[in-house]
Design a binder for this molecule. Sequence first.
Ligand SMILES: [Zn+2]
Length: 176
Amino acid sequence: MKKSVIVAPGSGAVRHDMSLTVVDRVKSATRQFSKSIQTMSVSEQLQRELLDKAIEVAKNAYAPYSKYPVGACLQCADGTRFTGCNVENASYGLTNCAERTAMFKAVSEGHRDHAMIAIVTLDGGLPCAACRQVMREFNKDMIVICGYTDGRVNRVFTLEELLPHSFGPENLEALQ
Ligand SMILES: [Zn+2]
């Protein structure tokens, strides 16, 4: 089995910037530590399985305008998985991201218990703000695994890290 490589975005630049203050370096080290905790919360085997499915479905991406294929694999609490790719449109605004394709497929099949999602792109990119908000609708503690289409892991996040201080269904329930 290929071993995953965990790389924090920009970490190389941080390590080699000697102009950083001691406080900055401590903050950087703390971020690295919390990252390793998050990474450990999803086994390497499970990350591998979800990333492999995301890589496979990224081949179906319809991305003639951005040339930025994306694949996603969502795993629900009961282990059921749904994949999705980005589907662009000549009008641009109607484009649907891979993450939302996977989540909408799951919801339309009766699965709202979204536990984690793996996303692959050419550059290890993170989900857009719209997708983060849709993730938030179904599980504010969702795990988000960001990887590359060549199989490497970029970083594993909690949704709270990607969308802090968020708005969600509870805000509206409080008014009932
Ligand atoms: Zn998106």
